[in-house]
Design a protein around this ligand. Sequence first.
Ligand SMILES: [Zn+2]
Length: 271
Amino acid sequence: MGGTKILALAVNGGRVSSRRRIPTPPAYQEAVRAISGLVSEVSGGDPPGSVGVCAPGTPPGLGSTGAGNARCLDGMPLGPDLEAALGMPITLENDADCFTLAESLLGAGRGFGLVLGAVFGTGVGSGLVREGRISRDKGAAHEWGHSVMQPGGARCGCGGRGCVEAYLGGASLAVSWRQMVGGRMGAPGGAGDAWRARVAADLATCLAGLARDARPDVLVVGGGVADAGLLDAGMSYARRLCGVPVARGALGADAGALGACISGTAAPPPA
Ligand SMILES: [Zn+2]
């Protein structure tokens, strides 16, 4: 579950057998109903062997903090409510952790011991996976999207000011593009180039700071904004700044949901 869409995948024998994507409903109860409905839909009416869910925020409660881009989850018991709706246990993980888990086992982080993931979608998040398992010991990196990039700067969905997400989240990028360029995405011209250069520099600074703290073997960058091709310049700049390999995620928009599927099972599915 993300800030703008919910993607459900069924994985059967190591392959994605069914998928469905819907817009994220604005209200919490609707979101719970939508997720449980998607589970029955993609599993074809048969009870699934396991269910993994990922969403913004900090596990185990999620939603408690850092869910600025999915406010309906704030303080809500998503895990227990989904278990009640589905009549079975589930795993609930942070969305950036699940992105990193999937990329570590099946994508751009394969073969690396310590994989740091950075996700730029509606929100901004990070995850750390050590030897194929989500690392819980990364401390403040969990709320990386809400670490302060510009003290006293732009207002963020979390209520704070100057957060990374307030500059590099999808909604914030759309606002700054309108303010600086005033045109459609992809419009040519100097203002567009200046905007791209500023985004790339902000991105590189943030990624380099994150990598300096976590000291990963590889940094994998993904999310809807990264997929839109905006972040290549920032990634190559970050590569030079932080001195670790920086790779674009290989699993595209499926990464978070695949990671949730993996976290829902005792053993990862074969690649
Ligand atoms: Zn924030």
